[in-house]
Design a binder for this molecule. Structure first.
Ligand SMILES: [Zn+2]
Length: 255
């Protein structure tokens, strides 16, 4: 029963994320005006704005002009609900759940904004620092040094990758946004899980490229933002980083 409400809450937050992803980078107000069809300006009725269900109900079309509604919208809603549900399984009904489910939602917003606009807004990175302060003040995190070291270490590593990559490829190899985002991740996750997250980010990018480039889905020359992979890595690290590190140490360093 609680799980049902968590999923419902996730769907509603996901619906809100769609608005944020669309309006925030365009500098539009998040609250006003009410949602409208980008095609015909038709103002969407409340019952047409129910996460996932309305999309299915309307057959993926605007009820006024029949223009297709991007499948991205129900996808973001379902993804957010899924992240909330898994967070509930991990954290139970705790403050951790609230903080880290919303952190997951922030990662989803960052990933899709980076896909659309190739930017990671500074203000979102600053909001993303909050869970680190939460861990520090609640005493649940690792020693403060580990978090600070994560912040400096990952930020500096990505800054070096950016510098070297730019020299090697003679074009911007990695955005400054990725550097700040990596530093944020190090602060929240502390240095060891932060490092693992960055590894998982590069791994997921590599996996995607080895599958999608031969399939012709993406072009080798296409500019792909790295932010979404960072989001995947950070989230996996947040959820299972400790388990992955323990497993690794046990598997390779304990007789
Ligand atoms: Zn329309």
């Amino acid at each position: 029963m609680i799980a049902f409400f968590i999923i419902l809450f996730g769907l509603i937050i996901g619906s809100f994320l769609n608005v944020v992803i669309y309006r925030f980078p365009r500098g539009e107000s998040i609250a006003f005006p009410a949602s409208h069809c980008p095609h015909c300006e038709y103002q969407i009725k409340p019952w047409e704005n129910i996460p996932v269900l309305s999309y299915l109900f309307l057959g993926g079309k605007c009820s006024s002009c029949k223009a297709p509604i991007a499948s991205r919208y129900p996808l973001v809603e379902a993804l957010t609900a899924f992240v909330f549900y898994l967070s509930f399984l991990k954290f139970g009904l705790t403050w951790d759940l609230l903080v880290f489910a919303l952190f997951g939602a922030l990662l989803i917003a960052i990933a899709f904004i980076d896909i659309d606009h190739m930017i990671i807004p500074d203000s979102m990175i600053i909001i993303g620092l909050i869970p680190g302060f939460y861990l520090w003040l609640s005493g649940e995190g690792q020693p403060l040094n580990s978090h600070l070291f994560g912040f400096m270490g990952l930020g500096l590593s990505f800054w070096v990758i950016r510098k070297v990559g730019t020299l090697a490829f003679k074009k911007e190899a990695m955005g400054l946004g990725d550097v700040k985002f990596a530093a944020m991740a190090g602060w929240v996750l502390s240095w060891d899980i932060g490092l693992l997250s960055m590894f998982l980010a590069f791994l997921s990018a590599t996996l995607l490229f080895t599958v999608l480039i031969p399939m012709g889905v993406i072009d080798r020359k296409q500019k792909i933002p790295f932010g979404p992979f960072l989001c995947i890595g950070i989230w996996l690290g947040l959820m299972w980083g400790r388990e992955i590190i323990d497993w690794y140490l046990n598997a390779f360093f304990v007789m």
